[in-house]
Each structure stands twice: as structure tokens, then as C-alpha cells.
Design a protein around this ligand. Sequence first.
Ligand code: RIB
Ligand code: CA
Length: 316
Amino acid sequence: MMARPVLIDTDTGVDDALALILALRSRELSVKAITTVAGNVEVGKCTRNALAILHLLGVADKPAVSEGAQKPLCRPLFRAPEVHGTDGLGNARRYILASSTPRMCEQSAAKTIVDHCRSFGNKLVIVALGPLTNLALAWKKNPEAMMKVGRIISMGGAFRVPGNTGPVAEFNYYVDPEAAHLLLNSGLRITIVPLDVTEQIVLMRKELEYRAARRAGRVAKAILRFTKSYMKYHEMTEGFNGGYLHDPLAVAVAIQPDLVQTTRVHVDIETLGRYTRGMSLADFKNKLKRGKPTVEVASKVDRERFLRLFHERIWE
Ligand code: RIB
Ligand code: CA
């Protein structure tokens, strides 16, 4: 079976790093490029984190890493260092990053995205793990090329559950609501993997330590290190010593799309609300009588099958 060409756009935080390891260790995917976007932390740190994960895995045919937007389309950057650490990798990047780490490529993320849409067309899957700023800039640059993409899988949104950034918004869509609004109304084929499903999947610290203890490799040690503070944050704020696997689930949907059940529905993102910035609204009853939607929202997940896939791959 031919591996699926994939471009991953990431605001490389802790769960993004786990998602990159899952993607790079899954033979169903061929990661052609990684683009970085400001979100969890500043974009330069996201780039260094992505390069650090590539260095950690020592992957042979390293995908190019292109740095992208330093801030959302029209707002100041809102970050989450309290969740992912000041460096974005649980303040553990220094244990992973070697001075000889491969350099990022000079081309902008938006151009890399457009070029890959042109080259791979409807075979390409873009997995967006952060705010959608880079994809919106690529759309503005060349909408015809972007329309060729097979599917965009976006980790973002919260529909029937509370937000994680304020009462109603999910972080990625809170950071750049204008980018999300533009893309979700563009006609692009987008699958949203929202908190409704990602928060059903928690990786507990004890299980992580148990599984890592059975492996001697440096990848296992690094995963233990860079997830520690992410899990501590959840212990302090949500009462469990563990972490949500938001971004790994988005990557897993690119590997096995039937891991989630989806509903095709019009989705809009609040950009003007004083208390509802970034809120994702699905018109499940088509009250606005709009045409055929091109957006699918994941509403159910096969939790056990996802966790089997996740542990089978990342500890390789
Ligand atoms: O809301 C969770 C999402 O926001 C994840 O992608 C996390 O990495 C942050 O980007
Ligand atoms: Ca992310």
C-alpha cells in the first residue's frame, strides 16, 4: 500500500511532539514537510522543537521544516507556556536538541503548503495541529492550488463540550479565529477533530512510566522528560496526572480515518464576541439553510483502537 503524502502544520508543543513521533513512525504516512506556526509558544521555539523531534528520531529522509507565521492574521499572539513549558517542550528541549540539529529550510510555510498542494493534489492530507494561520495565508496566496488538497484534518474547536481557553473556545481556534473562519467557509474539505473527542483520551502518567520503563531507548527517556510538566499542569488544573492526546488523535485520523465518526455540517467561528472569541458553532439542524457543507466534525472516537495504535507506534 502506498504511503499517504502528508504535510503537518504544528505549533510544536508537547502533544504536537507526540503527534510528530506518531506520524514519523507510521508507515501509512509519508511526511513530506513540516511547517511551524506560532501558538503554544513563539514560532521560533516551535521550529526548534520540530527539529529536535526529527533529531531525536534520527529519521533518514528528514522532511523539510519551514517556519511560518509569528502571529495570528490580525491579533496579537496568545500563547500557552503554562501548559507546554517556556520552550514548548516541557522545558526539556535542552536534553534533546543537539547543536548539529538539521537546519530549517528558508522557504516560508505558506509557500511550502502551496507547493505541496500543487505537487500532490488530492493525494495530500494536511494535518493542522495548531492555529490555522499558515493555512489561511496559503489560501490567500493561492486558493486554486489549495483547493487541490485531498483533505485538511484540523485539531480544533469544541461543540458539545466546554472550551479549554475561556468558557467556550478551544485554544487553536481562540488564537486565530479569523484564520479558522476563513478556511471553514472556503469550501475546502476539512475534518475537524475537536475537544469533544480528544478529551475522551487521557494518557495517565503511571501508564506512560510503565510503558517507558520497558524500553531502554533515548526516545522513551525523552518522552518521559518532555511530558512531565504537561501532565503536572493537568494534575493541577483537572485533577489527574496525565495529559490529553489532542494532536496525536488528529494524526491518527490521517492514518485510520474510521477511528472517528463524523457529521458533515456547516461550522462557523465567532470573531466578534466579547466573551465568545474563537467559539466554534455547528449548524447541526441547518437552520441557516446554507448549501452542501464541506466540513466534517468528529463526534465519536474508538478510544481503545486509537490507544492501541498510539502505543504500538510511538514506542517502536
Ligand atoms: O486545544 C488543544 C490544542 O491547542 C492542541 O493542538 C495543543 O497543542 C494546542 O495547540
Ligand atoms: Ca498543537
